[in-house]
Design a protein around this ligand. Structure first.
Ligand SMILES: [Fe+2]
Ligand SMILES: [Fe+2]
Length: 358
């Protein structure tokens, strides 16, 4: 086989340093927020729980977990061709997402220091965890002769501003969905060791517990701010964030089904399971859950998957850009329409059940 086929080439900013993936609506986002509003937040209603979580963070269960062992020390050239490309993309996306958590939590801990000590320390310790996660993934990329320049990413990535309450909805969900993603892969590979073609997946069990604790922290913060959860606006926003997190993951993963296939997973089944579990988990704190069991939910998402395939085909054709816009337009409109209809689907009201079971 030709060497270039075995080892796909990636665009590099310097030798061995991968050019970051182009930012799109589906790539991991970097956030910034109103730090003063965050610092003024009164957490006294739920301070005990937050302090208990802080104690857990201090314990640092994973202090010795992220150590590369001898299994990494071999040539990974046998992961080649398209699988190699998909692997590197997976590592890059995961690393970027972890690193975005690191940056946000680090900045929050810095800005809250002296003003809100419990929160400041929680954020500092969560940024410690995310730095480890991102570093471990970046090290894994080096097994494929590449790495990300995280300093470059810090300076050149776009930052999205969200008010604190939106930061909480979004980060809560991304931590919990991260937990379900990691644990599902871990359990699958535990049952099918023959599919574990690279050692990083072995680390996912303890790793996902970090994400679970981070999620619990945001759960506790939102409970300390009941107005974030109990009015009609909260219902609308929770629906919005649930849908955007689920849709983004689904569209991303179905597009990369071959990556999941390389570790023996069916991307669609995997996503359906992760969405179901995350929706259930979120229903313990959010006032609403999405009706993901309704067949309409995936039917509409699948229309978006098809639209995106068409959009990619148009973008990679030789048609002049100006004309491409008109070719793409109907698919954008269709995506917008599907997402609107998804948003308007009747959610499941779970607020009444809160306080009964947790
Ligand atoms: Fe993480
Ligand atoms: Fe996390």
């Amino acid at each position: 086989m030709v060497d270039s086929l075995k080892k796909p080439s990636f665009e590099e900013i310097r030798p061995g340093v991968k050019a970051p993936a182009k930012e799109t609506i589906l790539t991991p986002r970097f956030y910034t927020t109103d730090f003063d509003e965050m610092a003024r937040m009164d957490i006294s209603v739920n301070e005990d729980e937050l302090k208990a979580i802080l104690e857990e963070f201090r314990t640092d269960y994973n202090r010795h977990h992220f150590v590369r062992d001898e299994e990494f020390e071999q040539s990974w050239d046998r992961i080649d061709g398209e699988t190699r490309q998909l692997f590197v993309e997976f590592l890059e996306r995961s690393c970027t997402a972890e690193f975005s958590g690191f940056l946000l939590y680090k900045e929050l801990s810095r800005r809250l220091k002296g003003k809100n000590p419990v929160l400041a320390e929680c954020f500092a310790l969560m940024s410690r965890d995310e730095a480890r996660h991102a570093g471990f993934l970046n090290k894994a990329m080096s097994d494929f002769d590449l790495s990300l320049d995280l300093g470059f990413l810090t300076k050149n990535h776009t930052y999205t501003f969200f008010k604190p309450k939106f930061i909480f909805y979004a980060t809560y969900l991304s931590e919990k969905i991260g937990y379900w993603r990691y644990i599902t892969i871990y359990r699958h590979l535990q049952a099918h060791p023959e599919d574990r073609i690279y050692p990083i997946f072995r680390f996912f069990e303890n790793w996902c517990q970090d994400e679970n604790r981070h999620g619990d922290f945001f759960d506790a913060i939102m409970r300390a701010q009941p107005q974030m959860l109990n009015d009609w606006k909260a219902r609308l926003w929770c629906r919005f964030f649930l849908l955007s997190v689920f849709a983004t993951m689904y569209l991303n993963d179905i597009q990369r089904a071959k990556f999941y296939a390389s570790i023996g997973l069916n991307a669609r089944d995997y996503d359906v399971y992760v969405i179901e579990k995350t929706n259930e988990t979120a229903g313990r704190v959010f006032p609403v859950m999405l009706d993901v069991e309704n067949p309409e939910f995936y039917q509409r998402l699948d229309v978006c998957v098809k639209n995106n395939e068409k959009l990619t085909a148009i973008a990679s054709s030789n048609t002049p850009k100006f004309l491409q816009f008109f070719q793409k337009l109907p698919f954008y409109v269709s995506n917008g329409w599907q997402l609107l209809r998804l948003y308007l689907m009747k959610p499941i009201d779970v607020a009444p059940s809160h306080g009964m079971v947790r």
